[in-house]
Ligand binder design. Structure first.
Ligand code: ADP
Ligand code: MG
Length: 253
């Protein structure tokens, strides 16, 4: 185990993003983003397509690299230190729009591979853990199937269980239901709602505003690379402050 001096304690902000700027070539994709997330907090990030939502959450586990500003997670600042990036990735789980399961592995193997290879967990223990989380997402019977033999909703639940097997401190979810057929959206949102209730810290990009209203502690609205406003769901929906937010809400609700 790596032990490292923490710069903040657990009841302070778990994620601190300050003065974050990122460019793709000449394109200024994130503009002076400031965001703080407390342990156990659930944030929904919304905004028009292309506003930088995915880029922002991908910066949090270094799938994208920022050029200016700071990202501090659980007291550790993201920098080019590869060991630190690995350590942060173990604390920050990610669920993608398109599930990103390993197609050549069974569901069980998808769940056990990281605990075994990264955490060096004995296989038997990793399998017990995998079954525990497959029960949690209500699909233990799929353990020996391959991803292609599962529906989209089932695959996303496998992806969530895989993420949980690494015991993350925070989960990043990037439009977890937007690749799903409508009848499968609820089963995945139910799993995420259950997780939210268990105290998991979450940053979820979604356009599911019913879900946002019930699960989010705070809604963050982005447009053109900026955080335009953020508020608790009640205030956000009933009293948006900016025309850009009003326009967005009028288009999706
Ligand atoms: P969102 O998730 O809000 O739809 P993204 O973060 O995916 O937005 O993208 C923000 C903007 O950055 C878009 O204009 C997109 O085309 C651009 N972009 C995203 N990824 C890349 C990349 N790897 N290279 C260049 N431009 C990119
Ligand atoms: Mg996106």
């Amino acid at each position: 185990m790596v032990t490292e001096q923490k710069e903040v304690t657990a009841d302070e902000d778990f994620i601190v993003i300050s003065g974050l700027n990122k460019w793709y070539g000449d394109f200024h994709v994130l503009k002076d983003v400031n965001l703080r997330v407390k342990k156990g907090e659930k944030l929904v990030i919304c905004g028009p397509s292309g506003s930088g939502k995915s880029t922002l959450i991908r910066c949090v586990n270094r799938l994208e690299q920022h050029q200016e500003g700071r990202i501090i997670i659980n007291g550790m600042e993201l920098n080019n230190d590869v060991k630190r990036i690995d350590r942060i990735r173990q604390e920050v789980g990610m669920v993608f729009q398109n599930f990103n399961l390993f197609p050549h592995m069974t569901v069980l193997e998808n769940l056990t591979s990281s605990p075994v290879w990264i955490r060096k967990m004995p296989l038997k223990e990793a399998e017990e853990l995998a079954y525990h989380y497959l029960e949690r997402v209500k699909i233990p019977e799929l353990a020996h199937k391959y991803p292609m033999q599962c529906s989209g909703g089932q695959q996303q639940r496998v992806a969530i269980a895989r993420c949980l097997c690494m015991n993350p401190q925070v989960m990043l979810l990037d439009e977890p239901t937007s690749a799903l057929d409508p009848e499968m959206i609820k089963e995945v949102l139910d799993v995420i709602t259950d997780l939210a209730g268990s105290g998991m810290t979450m940053l979820c990009v979604t356009h599911e505003m019913g879900f946002a209203r019930t699960v989010a502690d705070r809604i963050v609205f982005m447009d053109q690379g900026e955080i335009v406003e953020q508020n608790d769901p009640e205030s956000f929906f009933s009293n948006p402050q900016f025309d850009r937010t009003k326009l967005f809400l009028s288009q999706i609700i």
